[in-house]
Design a protein around this ligand. Structure first.
Ligand SMILES: N[C@@H](CCC(=O)N[C@@H](CS)C(=O)NCC(=O)O)C(=O)O
Length: 205
């Protein structure tokens, strides 16, 4: 399986965390790919017209995106999903947590993109909205920290774990742990998992 991959992308990290959790990371041929909102990349668009990573290409040429679909595909490979609870409330909770982690990564990528524009072109309205979304998302996670700790590790935990690590990676100096101590305590346990240790984000160029 070929994975359009980058060591900087939080969405790629999520699928790699899942691959490590399931013991299939060794089956992936990771191809370093640059994906940028303002520079559609023809090398990705051969497989994914949206020019986004992660994008997975199976050995028979089948293409799979986006990260939730790839993660579900991985989890079904061995017949008995481990990270997507089978049914009922646990499934809905895990999927909602995945949506929350993914949504957080989405607005943080947009936020970083906005901050990368020349100061005079930055939109105050956009920046203010990201500040509000950061606070409301983290406050919501703080309220759910005990539930996160109580439930077995799922796709939702993978997504939220990666989203929080992305703050540390790209918003250096953000003191979210001081503001949200229960969430920080839960995240400290996630940080000890082999899947997260093996997938630490790095700036490779
Ligand atoms: N919904 C997608 C989001 C993936 C995404 O936004 N990836 C970023 C890299 S972290 C990207 O490819 N950005 C390029 C672009 O938006 O054109 C997923 O879950 O895979």
């Amino acid at each position: 399986m070929k994975l359009h991959w980058s060591p900087r992308s939080p969405f790629v990290r999520k699928v790699m965390v899942v691959a490590h959790e399931l013991g299939i990371a060794g089956q992936l041929h990771c191809v370093r790919t640059v994906a940028a909102i303002l520079k559609p990349n023809p090398d990705i668009m051969v497989d994914n017209p949206l020019s986004k990573i992660p994008t997975l290409v199976l050995d028979d040429g089948t293409v799979i995106y986006d990260s939730p679909v790839i993660c579900e595909y991985f989890d079904n490979l061995q017949g008995k999903p481990k990270l997507h609870p089978a049914d009922g409330k646990a499934r809905l909770t895990a999927l909602r947590w995945q949506a929350l982690g993914d949504g957080m990564m989405d607005f943080m990528l947009l936020w970083r993109n906005e901050l990368g524009r020349p100061k005079e072109h930055q939109s105050e309205v956009h920046l203010a909205s990201y500040v509000i979304k950061r606070a409301s998302t983290l406050a919501s996670l703080e309220r759910e920290a005990d539930a996160l700790a109580a439930m077995p590790f799922s796709i939702g935990h993978a997504a939220i774990g990666c989203a929080l690590f992305y703050i540390d990676f790209r918003f250096i100096g953000d003191k979210w742990r001081e503001e949200y101590p229960r969430l920080a305590a839960w995240h400290a346990t996630v940080a000890t998992r082999a899947s997260f240790i093996a997938t630490e984000a790095v700036d490779d160029s």
